[in-house]
Structure formats: structure tokens, C-alpha cells
Design a protein around this ligand. Structure first.
Ligand code: NDP
Length: 250
């Protein structure tokens, strides 16, 4: 029997309880990795973990809030305690609080920055400490967005956080290369998940009209890119942003 490409590896996927995170956890597990998935809602986390387990995955579900430093530390500890190590971190947890800039509340700005940007910093810091100690490199993959590259009306907070995440990706890639830790970002366009379903119909149609491939993407199509970046085929790739968007941003 051949060894799966990520056999023996351990991954954390934040926000792995649904959407892109869940599809990513499933794909990494199919490639042989043991996976820790997180989210804020206990039922959703438990259901997701159970579903992945039924598909044959080694999985540990954990309630953890991306904005809390102690939760970030707990997630990394859980990966080590449960599966012995940590090789792959996918910073996927994210939210939107859309609104026109002129009317945006401070709280909507802060919440999106904390979850989508500070959360990734907290996780990256906690994870890379362990990866450095392990002395066997690692992969960190940040889920950014087309909005972080081209902006989007009604998403000043979200676009700023995702652009910040791209900056974090590039700096972390430069700092962590010394330890063989590769850091990249995947920037999805319009992807069929609960987040995209929450968009007003007109905004969704307006975005779709700009997609040369003329369809919404699937969570699995984003997961495929993450899977590539987590694997041996991406050994010479760091500090890059990979767009999975049907051509929405070229
Ligand atoms: P969903 O809303 O479908 O899922 C978001 C996931 O993140 C859930 O598992 C949710 O669980 C979790 N989450 C949200 N906030 C937190 C938090 N504070 N702490 C821990 N977990 C949290 O979103 P998508 O799957 O669509 O999005 C995933 C990522 O992809 C996000 O970063 C998003 O910005 C990005 N993206 C999505 C696009 C799309 O079109 N769908 C386009 C571009 C980027 P729970 O609510 O239980 O906490």
C-alpha cells in the first residue's frame, strides 16, 4: 500500500466546522493528515468532527474562538497532545460584517479585524513556536480573499483585514523560512458557502457577472489549492498569494 501524501502529518484548520474550512479539513484528511478542527459553535464542531470521522479521518474537534489568545494556545496544545505534533496550520476562520464605509460601526470594523487578522496572527505565533521546536519545518496557509487584493464596496473592514493578512503572510514567510516553515495565502473569489449565501442577491449577481468562468466556486476547489500548498509539491513556494476565483481578479 502506498503512503498517502500527508501521511503522519498533523493539521489545524480554524473554522473547520463548515464551508471552506470543513472542505479543507476533509481534503487534508483524505491526503492522510490527522486534523484538528475548530469553531465557536459546539454542536457544529461536534457534527463536523463526527462526519469527518465517519469518512475515516483522525480528527479532533475543539470549540475555540479565533479572537482569543488562550484559545489559540489551546488549539496548538491539543494538536500536540492528541496527535503528537503540528505540521500544517490553515488560518481559515473568518466573518463578514458588511456595510457602507460611511455608516460602518466601530464594532463592525473591530470585530472583523480581530477575527480575520488578529486571529491569524495569534494562531501563527502559537503554531510556529511548536514548529520551530520540532525542527522539521511546517506549512502555514492563510485564507485571504479577492477582496483583499481588489477591494469590494461594502467591505472596507473585510478588505482591509484580508489585505493585512496578505502582509502578514509575506512577513511571516520571510521570518520563518529560516526554520523551513513556508507561509502562503489562498485568496478565494465567490465560493458557495454560508458566507456567500448571506450576501444580498444583487451583490452576489454583480460579483458573478464579473467572473469569466461564469459560475460560483466550490469549497472543494479552494481546498484543492490548500492541499497542494500543504504537500511536497510546494516545497519551493513561500510568501505567495494563490487566487482561486474563476478569473474574478486577474
Ligand atoms: P462560513 O461562514 O461558511 O464558515 C466560517 C467558519 O469560520 C465556520 O466554521 C465558523 O464557525 C468559523 N468562525 C467564524 N468566526 C470564528 C471565530 N471567531 N473563531 C473560530 N471560528 C470562527 O465561511 P466560508 O467557509 O465561506 O469562509 C471561510 C474563509 O474563507 C473565511 O476566512 C472567509 O473570509 C474566506 N473567504 C470566503 C469566501 C466565500 O465566498 N465564501 C470568499 C473569499 C474568502 P462558527 O460560526 O461556529 O464559529
Amino acid at each position: 500500500m502506498t503512503t498517502p501524501p500527508l501521511g503522519g502529518k498533523v493539521a489545524i484548520v480554524t473554522g473547520g466546522s463548515r464551508g471552506i474550512g470543513h472542505a479543507t479539513a476533509a481534503l487534508l484528511a483524505e491526503h492522510g493528515a490527522a486534523v484538528v478542527v475548530s469553531g465557536r459553535d459546539a454542536d457544529r464542531v461536534q457534527r463536523a468532527a463526527q462526519e469527518l470521522e465517519e469518512r475515516g479521518a483522525s480528527v479532533h474537534g475543539m470549540v475555540a474562538d479565533a479572537v482569543k489568545r488562550e484559545d489559540a494556545d489551546r488549539l496548538v496544545e491539543a494538536a500536540k497532545e492528541r496527535f503528537g505534533r503540528l505540521d500544517i496550520l490553515v488560518n481559515n476562520a473568518g466573518i463578514t460584517r458588511d456595510g457602507l464605509l460611511i455608516r460602518m460601526k466601530d464594532e463592525d470594523w473591530d470585530r472583523v479585524m480581530e477575527t480575520n487578522l488578529k486571529g491569524a496572527f495569534l494562531m501563527t505565533r502559537a503554531a510556529c513556536k511548536l514548529m520551530v521546536r520540532q525542527k522539521s519545518g511546517g506549512r502555514i496557509i492563510n485564507i485571504a480573499s479577492t477582496a483583499g487584493a481588489m477591494g469590494n464596496p461594502g467591505q472596507a473592514n473585510y478588505s482591509a483585514a484580508k489585505a493585512g493578512l496578505i502582509g502578514l503572510t509575506k512577513s511571516a514567510a520571510r521570518e520563518l523560512a529560516h526554520w523551513g516553515i513556508l507561509v502562503n495565502a489562498v485568496a478565494p473569489g465567490l465560493i458557495e458557502t454560508d458566507m456567500a449565501a448571506a450576501l444580498p442577491a444583487e451583490a452576489r449577481e454583480a460579483l458573478l457577472a464579473q467572473v469569466p468562468l461564469k459560475r460560483i466556486g466550490t469549497a472543494r476547489e479552494v481546498a484543492e489549492m490548500v492541499g497542494f500548498l500543504a504537500g511536497d509539491g510546494a516545497a519551493y513556494v513561500t510568501g505567495q498569494v494563490f487566487h482561486v476565483n474563476g478569473g474574478l481578479y486577474i
